[in-house]
Write a protein that binds this ligand. Sequence first.
Ligand SMILES: [Zn+2]
Length: 178
Amino acid sequence: MHRLIVDLANVKDDEANWNKFLETYGKHFYSARSNALDYSEITKFRNCLRGIFQARELRTKEWLFHTFQSKAYELGHPGVPILTWDDFLHRTQGGIRLPPRSYLERVASELGRKLFHLRCCPNPQCKSPYFIADHGNQKFCSQGCAKPFRLEANRRSWKRHGNEWRRKRKEKLLSGGE
Ligand SMILES: [Zn+2]
């Protein structure tokens, strides 16, 4: 389920990429008329998902997630009407009977649990910049993407603090410290 989330967010805008995605996941995307969606339609779904990854604020992520979730329900149950506000208030007083959870619905639930960890890798060379972080302060998708930036940050620190560090080390040596 993780894979669908990350793969969909990372699909590039060309037909070959979309065809590859649809080969694996196309069976989960159907319109209300039970027709399989084509990539131009799923693009909107992907863009909403990308918006969730890109949003810095958790609140914005949550906001977009609601749209994603209702769309996931709609696509996961072709032909089943979406329950409106009125349905909940009037028609469903005897109890709501929902169809079993579809795959896309389960994907959306998973997404909802991970909102805070959905990130964009800031390395401009990154091939798949949308990723799910393993821990809260993870910024880059991988060690490989973080490396050039870490080296650059180290170089900058040396430039700024190098003289001071060298002086302190010298003082320590002279005073007999380690
Ligand atoms: Zn990356």
